[in-house]
Design a protein around this ligand. Structure first.
Ligand code: GRF
Length: 206
Protein backbone atom coordinates (compact mmCIF):
# COMPACT_ATOMS: atom_id res chain seq x y z
CA UNK A 1 0.00 0.00 0.00
CA UNK A 2 1.39 3.40 -1.02
CA UNK A 3 2.00 5.57 2.04
CA UNK A 4 0.81 9.17 2.01
CA UNK A 5 3.76 11.42 1.26
CA UNK A 6 4.12 14.01 4.00
CA UNK A 7 6.04 17.30 4.03
CA UNK A 8 6.56 19.10 7.35
CA UNK A 9 7.03 22.87 7.32
CA UNK A 10 8.99 24.33 10.23
CA UNK A 11 10.59 27.55 11.46
CA UNK A 12 12.12 26.74 14.83
CA UNK A 13 13.22 24.10 17.28
CA UNK A 14 11.12 21.36 15.81
CA UNK A 15 9.93 19.45 18.87
CA UNK A 16 6.66 18.76 17.06
CA UNK A 17 8.62 17.52 14.05
CA UNK A 18 10.52 15.25 16.46
CA UNK A 19 7.24 13.88 17.79
CA UNK A 20 6.25 13.06 14.20
CA UNK A 21 9.60 11.39 13.50
CA UNK A 22 9.34 9.37 16.74
CA UNK A 23 5.80 8.32 15.83
CA UNK A 24 7.05 7.16 12.44
CA UNK A 25 9.84 5.17 14.04
CA UNK A 26 7.54 3.54 16.59
CA UNK A 27 4.91 2.72 13.97
CA UNK A 28 2.21 5.04 15.33
CA UNK A 29 2.49 6.97 12.09
CA UNK A 30 2.26 4.14 9.56
CA UNK A 31 -0.12 5.33 6.82
CA UNK A 32 2.13 8.25 5.93
CA UNK A 33 5.83 8.86 5.51
CA UNK A 34 7.69 12.12 6.14
CA UNK A 35 9.69 12.59 2.97
CA UNK A 36 10.49 16.32 3.03
CA UNK A 37 11.08 19.03 5.65
CA UNK A 38 11.08 22.70 4.63
CA UNK A 39 12.17 25.59 6.85
CA UNK A 40 11.63 29.26 6.11
CA UNK A 41 14.34 30.09 8.66
CA UNK A 42 17.97 29.24 7.88
CA UNK A 43 19.65 27.38 10.72
CA UNK A 44 16.42 26.24 12.37
CA UNK A 45 17.24 23.33 14.69
CA UNK A 46 14.32 21.42 13.18
CA UNK A 47 16.49 20.94 10.08
CA UNK A 48 19.08 19.07 12.17
CA UNK A 49 16.38 16.79 13.55
CA UNK A 50 15.24 15.99 10.00
CA UNK A 51 18.78 15.33 8.78
CA UNK A 52 19.44 13.02 11.73
CA UNK A 53 16.37 11.04 10.72
CA UNK A 54 17.58 10.88 7.11
CA UNK A 55 14.84 13.12 5.74
CA UNK A 56 15.50 15.47 2.83
CA UNK A 57 15.46 19.14 3.82
CA UNK A 58 15.21 22.52 2.14
CA UNK A 59 15.51 26.10 3.36
CA UNK A 60 13.39 28.64 1.56
CA UNK A 61 13.30 32.31 2.66
CA UNK A 62 10.72 34.85 1.62
CA UNK A 63 13.43 37.48 1.19
CA UNK A 64 15.24 35.29 -1.37
CA UNK A 65 12.06 34.81 -3.38
CA UNK A 66 11.12 38.48 -3.82
CA UNK A 67 8.23 38.35 -1.35
CA UNK A 68 5.28 36.18 -0.32
CA UNK A 69 4.00 35.36 -3.81
CA UNK A 70 7.40 34.21 -5.04
CA UNK A 71 7.94 32.29 -1.81
CA UNK A 72 4.68 30.40 -2.15
CA UNK A 73 5.28 29.67 -5.84
CA UNK A 74 8.72 28.23 -5.06
CA UNK A 75 7.27 26.24 -2.14
CA UNK A 76 4.46 24.80 -4.28
CA UNK A 77 6.94 23.82 -6.99
CA UNK A 78 9.15 22.03 -4.44
CA UNK A 79 6.23 20.27 -2.75
CA UNK A 80 4.61 19.20 -6.00
CA UNK A 81 7.88 17.94 -7.46
CA UNK A 82 8.21 15.69 -4.37
CA UNK A 83 4.66 14.37 -4.89
CA UNK A 84 3.56 15.67 -1.48
CA UNK A 85 0.02 14.67 -0.51
CA UNK A 86 -0.16 16.05 3.04
CA UNK A 87 1.50 19.17 4.45
CA UNK A 88 1.97 19.40 8.21
CA UNK A 89 2.69 22.84 9.67
CA UNK A 90 4.73 22.22 12.83
CA UNK A 91 5.73 25.58 14.27
CA UNK A 92 5.75 27.18 10.84
CA UNK A 93 5.72 30.93 11.47
CA UNK A 94 4.37 32.28 8.22
CA UNK A 95 0.79 32.88 7.19
CA UNK A 96 -0.09 31.28 3.84
CA UNK A 97 -2.32 33.00 1.27
CA UNK A 98 -5.63 31.74 -0.08
CA UNK A 99 -3.86 30.90 -3.35
CA UNK A 100 -1.60 28.46 -1.48
CA UNK A 101 -4.18 26.98 0.89
CA UNK A 102 -6.67 26.63 -1.99
CA UNK A 103 -4.13 24.64 -3.99
CA UNK A 104 -3.94 22.08 -1.14
CA UNK A 105 -7.51 22.08 0.13
CA UNK A 106 -7.91 19.63 3.06
CA UNK A 107 -4.27 18.67 2.56
CA UNK A 108 -2.69 21.06 5.09
CA UNK A 109 -2.91 20.62 8.86
CA UNK A 110 -1.55 22.81 11.67
CA UNK A 111 -0.96 22.47 15.40
CA UNK A 112 -2.01 25.46 17.53
CA UNK A 113 -1.22 25.64 21.25
CA UNK A 114 -4.70 26.56 22.57
CA UNK A 115 -8.24 25.26 22.40
CA UNK A 116 -9.51 27.01 19.27
CA UNK A 117 -11.53 29.31 19.10
CA UNK A 118 -9.77 30.71 22.20
CA UNK A 119 -6.46 32.55 21.83
CA UNK A 120 -6.01 32.02 18.12
CA UNK A 121 -5.85 33.96 14.87
CA UNK A 122 -3.58 36.79 13.82
CA UNK A 123 -0.95 37.70 16.43
CA UNK A 124 -1.47 34.58 18.56
CA UNK A 125 1.71 32.60 18.20
CA UNK A 126 4.47 31.21 20.44
CA UNK A 127 4.48 32.42 24.03
CA UNK A 128 1.85 35.07 23.28
CA UNK A 129 -0.84 32.38 23.23
CA UNK A 130 0.03 31.21 26.74
CA UNK A 131 0.46 34.77 28.04
CA UNK A 132 -3.06 35.54 26.82
CA UNK A 133 -4.53 32.38 28.38
CA UNK A 134 -2.96 33.19 31.76
CA UNK A 135 -3.95 36.88 31.56
CA UNK A 136 -7.56 35.89 30.84
CA UNK A 137 -7.54 33.51 33.77
CA UNK A 138 -8.85 30.41 32.01
CA UNK A 139 -8.53 27.20 34.04
CA UNK A 140 -8.16 24.92 31.03
CA UNK A 141 -6.22 25.46 27.83
CA UNK A 142 -4.75 22.87 25.45
CA UNK A 143 -3.88 22.27 21.82
CA UNK A 144 -5.76 21.93 18.56
CA UNK A 145 -4.92 20.30 15.23
CA UNK A 146 -6.95 21.80 12.41
CA UNK A 147 -7.09 21.99 8.64
CA UNK A 148 -5.52 25.12 7.22
CA UNK A 149 -7.56 27.44 5.04
CA UNK A 150 -7.26 31.15 4.23
CA UNK A 151 -8.41 32.21 7.73
CA UNK A 152 -5.55 32.09 10.29
CA UNK A 153 -6.36 29.19 12.67
CA UNK A 154 -9.84 29.11 11.09
CA UNK A 155 -9.99 25.72 9.34
CA UNK A 156 -12.01 22.72 10.50
CA UNK A 157 -10.87 21.20 13.79
CA UNK A 158 -9.46 17.65 13.63
CA UNK A 159 -8.32 16.91 17.21
CA UNK A 160 -8.15 18.78 20.51
CA UNK A 161 -6.61 17.97 23.88
CA UNK A 162 -7.25 19.93 27.08
CA UNK A 163 -4.51 20.86 29.57
CA UNK A 164 -5.20 22.24 33.07
CA UNK A 165 -3.63 25.47 34.29
CA UNK A 166 -1.71 24.97 37.57
CA UNK A 167 -1.03 27.49 40.34
CA UNK A 168 2.27 29.26 39.68
CA UNK A 169 2.17 28.69 35.91
CA UNK A 170 4.24 31.10 33.83
CA UNK A 171 3.84 31.33 30.05
CA UNK A 172 7.03 29.27 29.68
CA UNK A 173 5.93 26.52 32.09
CA UNK A 174 2.50 26.37 30.48
CA UNK A 175 3.96 26.27 26.97
CA UNK A 176 6.05 23.25 27.94
CA UNK A 177 3.12 21.43 29.58
CA UNK A 178 0.86 22.04 26.58
CA UNK A 179 3.55 20.59 24.33
CA UNK A 180 4.20 17.54 26.52
CA UNK A 181 0.59 16.72 27.39
CA UNK A 182 -1.12 17.73 24.17
CA UNK A 183 0.84 18.81 21.08
CA UNK A 184 3.33 15.96 20.85
CA UNK A 185 0.52 13.44 21.15
CA UNK A 186 -2.26 14.87 18.97
CA UNK A 187 -0.12 16.06 16.06
CA UNK A 188 1.19 12.57 15.19
CA UNK A 189 -2.29 11.14 15.86
CA UNK A 190 -3.86 13.61 13.43
CA UNK A 191 -1.10 13.02 10.87
CA UNK A 192 -1.89 9.28 11.00
CA UNK A 193 -5.63 9.90 10.79
CA UNK A 194 -5.42 12.15 7.73
CA UNK A 195 -2.69 10.05 6.06
CA UNK A 196 -4.95 7.00 6.38
CA UNK A 197 -7.88 8.92 4.89
CA UNK A 198 -5.81 10.06 1.91
CA UNK A 199 -4.50 6.51 1.44
CA UNK A 200 -8.05 5.15 1.44
CA UNK A 201 -9.18 7.70 -1.15
CA UNK A 202 -6.28 6.66 -3.40
CA UNK A 203 -7.24 3.00 -3.08
CA UNK A 204 -10.86 3.72 -3.92
CA UNK A 205 -9.78 5.54 -7.07
CA UNK A 206 -7.43 2.76 -8.16
C1 GRF B 1 4.42 24.96 19.08
O1 GRF B 1 3.96 25.48 20.29
C2 GRF B 1 3.27 24.91 18.09
O2 GRF B 1 2.05 24.69 18.67
C3 GRF B 1 3.32 26.30 17.51
O3 GRF B 1 4.69 26.63 17.46
C4 GRF B 1 5.43 25.87 18.42
C5 GRF B 1 6.50 25.13 17.68
O4 GRF B 1 7.43 24.46 18.48
N1 GRF B 1 2.59 26.36 16.27
P1 GRF B 1 8.44 23.41 17.85
O5 GRF B 1 9.25 24.12 16.78
O6 GRF B 1 7.65 22.27 17.27
O7 GRF B 1 9.31 22.97 18.98
Amino acid sequence: MNKTKIAVLVSGGGTNLQALIDAQESGKLRSGEIVFVVSNKPGAYALERAKKAGIETMTLCRSDCGGQEGFETALMTALDSHGIELIVLAGFMSILSARFTGHYEKRIINIHPSLIPSFCGKGYYGLRVHEAALAYGVKVTGATVHYVNEIPDGGQIILQEPVHIQPGDTPEILQRRVMEQAEWRILPEAAELISAEIQKKKENKA
